[in-house]
Design a protein around this ligand. Structure first.
Ligand code: COA
Length: 289
């Protein structure tokens, strides 16, 4: 954590007023948290909440208010029963919570905590174990940064919420779903090699959905904050010979046709995505060797 704390925008990570939380039913608690990956970023002890307890329901209410606001623009807020059936019961729910004494009036307005509530969830990451061996599915990511004035934002909150959950739950392989041109693509590509599984996804409510698979690599995480390119990227990947245009449905379909043909795995470059507009064309890569 010391290295990360040198970045003045990340000093909140050492604060006693912003702590990770784990909102997981007792049977789904991780037996050996943080065993698979070496990082000293998450030294503060998490707040544990049991979603099956009546007296913890205010925490769920706040999470859902945060989520509903965050996904209003994309028209994908999570129904309450989906949170219970598809997240709490099968999966792992985590994020960061702010102490009430440090929450801004704007945060309080969004989250509407009960009078007695001490900790307010300001971010959310949900992942669910899949049938495939050791694979997890990212189900939800949001942070309050998209909802408060810029001067109140907690830099890196969304990125570090997902990083914390991957580290804590020892998630080695993660699949996820996002939309081309979403700001979230900039985050999702920085956790490890980012393979595209679908480029055009008509079975989803939004066909311009991108499905990915990544292998967790903590070395990549710090590059989210340093804005460096993986020094080995060009040794490990070469251009596949075509680009994808996130704005062009025909380009997405053409990429999807290549994916469906099978035999080749295709990847995107995190540094490229971070350094250009969200709707810019992207080089597609294949692994060397
Ligand atoms: C996407 C989301 C989770 C990002 O979380 P966040 O806490 O705002 O982001 P972080 O502080 O961790 O990271 C900041 C980086 O994200 C990117 N980013 C965040 N919001 C952005 C936006 N509106 N436009 C472009 N880039 C954005 C930038 O690269 C930024 O870093 P930089 O300024 O140094 O380049 C958050 O905006 C959100 O909750 N959005 C609504 C819900 C959603 O779309 N979730 C993703 C579903 S897949």
């Amino acid at each position: 954590m010391s290295e990360l704390l040198k970045n003045p925008r990340l000093q909140w990570l050492g604060s006693e007023f912003l702590r990770p939380y784990v909102y997981v039913r007792p049977e789904n608690r991780i037996a050996t948290p943080g065993q698979s990956f070496k990082t000293d970023w998450f030294k503060m002890s998490p707040i544990y909440k049991n979603p099956l307890r009546m007296d913890e329901v205010d925490f769920a209410d706040q999470i859902l208010r945060l989520e509903t606001h965050a996904f209003a623009a994309s028209n994908m807020p999570m129904p309450r029963w989906v949170f219970y059936d598809c997240a709490i019961m099968p999966g792992f729910v985590a994020g960061f919570a702010i102490h009430r004494s440090k929450a801004t009036p704007e945060m309080i307005k969004i989250l509407q905590p009960a009078d007695s509530t001490e900790w307010l969830p300001v971010s959310l990451f949900i992942c669910i174990p899949a049938m495939a061996h050791k694979e997890w599915i990212a189900h939800n990511l949001c942070s309050i940064n998209s909802l408060v004035p810029k001067e109140q934002s907690i830099y890196g909150l969304g990125f570090l919420s997902k990083a914390f959950a991957l580290w804590y739950a020892n998630v080695e392989t993660l699949c996820g779903i996002t939309q081309w041109k979403s700001p979230a693509v900039r985050l999702h590509t920085h956790y490890g090699d980012f393979e595209v599984l679908t480029a055009y996804t008509p079975v989803h409510s939004y066909a311009h959905t991108l499905t990915y698979r990544m292998s967790t690599n903590v070395l990549e995480w710090k590059r989210f904050f340093t804005h460096e390119q993986d020094p080995d990227f060009e040794k490990r990947f070469s251009p596949a010979g075509f680009e994808v245009d996130p704005q062009d449905e025909n380009s997405l379909k053409s990429f999807q046709t290549k994916l469906e043909a099978g035999g080749t795995r295709y990847f995107l470059n995190a540094a490229q995505i971070r350094s250009q507009p969200l709707d810019a064309r992207l080089t597609v890569y294949v692994r060397k060797g």
